[in-house]
Design a protein around this ligand. Sequence first.
Ligand code: NAD
Length: 453
Amino acid sequence: MKVTIVGTGYVGLVTGACLAELGNDVLCLDVDSVKIDQLNNGVVPIYEPGLSDVIERNREAGRLRFSTDIPEAVAHGDIQFIAVGTPPDEDGSADLQYVLAAARGIARHMNTFTVIVNKSTVPVGTADKVRDIVMRELAVRGVESQFTVVSNPEFLKEGAAVEDFLRPDRIVIGCDLDVPGLRAKSLLEQLYAPFNRNHQRTLFMDVRSAEFTKYAANAMLATRISFINELANLADRVGADIEQVRQGIGSDPRIGYSFLYAGCGYGGSCFPKDVRALMHTAGEQGMELNILASAEFVNEQQKMVLFDKIRHHFDHSLEGKHFAVWGLAFKPNTDDMRQATSRALIAELLRARATVSVYDPVALDEARRTLADDLDPDSYEGIRFSRDRDATLQGADALVILTEWKEFKSPDFAHMKATLKNTVVFDGRNLYDPVSMKKEGWTYYTIGRDAAK
Ligand code: NAD
């Protein structure tokens, strides 16, 4: 099948590459000519495990192409996916300008029956807005092409995006039940047929429910994280171990084990913005989503829990202290720094006149850019970026861990002891066994496991 992807970011690029991997003929469009040039020269602009191989293989096979040419892209696809960003506006709502611009671009060049599939995360009712824009553009052109707007939200996780796309838990498709909608349904059934061979994974529903489903999923996951984080803070006070509690509750199939790991807060490009956008949608209806408001509030506080432990340990005096920081990306296996906890925590350490040596296996370059934007030049001076994990420990008063990269899980503790000034670790991701750490002479701070015996 011929597929066009409008927007070649995390979602668009992974979608395009994986659909090409299944044998489709894919053209990825982006307005960012630097990105498209990089891709055409074999450079993949984001870090995502396995993605470069899939792109390279399919580019060589001629099934995956990249372009900035809108007419060429619109003429190419039987299906036009929109996968552009929907960043938060100042009031928390999803900024739809890129989605609507993408729709306008399609409408200005389409000449036959067109299926517009929205993959971006968008508020309920956005398909109607896309439809209105397309109708307006067609009217201006005096063209009478039939089209339909489908919602097909994306559930892939950064860091495991290729795997998730190729082995989805479910594929949600919202389409109308009129003739163009049913025609689109049949095309998408065909496109996604390879995913349904083992069992049916595609869920068809109405467009608004599909749009809502994406927000409901992220809201649920964010709530679980804030729930366990709040209980972890209580566990620290009452002398319980949140990890043992997680296992105790997770064994109940109604609860399950996943997404109940205590830590120093969620970040990324999705949870924070999607939680806020859903609250904004509720606000427009005169409703408050109290559970989500609390999940967001708890998360903002959670980003500072480790800082409070650090400050308390050093008697509220961090001036002149130096910290090794391991992990900058908002989660492992990605270089994405959007809303990463590291940004808030590093800013706070620098504000307290401490300095930091930071290391991340893949996010260092992105971190340099992001932190330069976040901080004033004087504060930024307080950061030393290192490509050598262990070198960050030299002369540091303590180690702070902010992302659960695999390579942090079994470090050389003897070397760490010999290099750090003090045997102190502040672990925002609960990577080590607190009992053995204490036995080995470490002062080991965790999220909800400080009292573990
Ligand atoms: P991104 O910022 O990485 O990529 C968006 C791309 O769209 C950019 O390359 C940008 O240049 C391009 N673009 C903007 N306007 C355009 C236009 N008019 N025509 C062509 N290209 C245009 O964003 P992302 O992380 O891929 O997210 C895209 C959408 O998918 C968002 O709505 C997001 O919420 C959702 N989503 C993201 C993830 C994730 O893990 N990143 C997961 C699921 C859903």
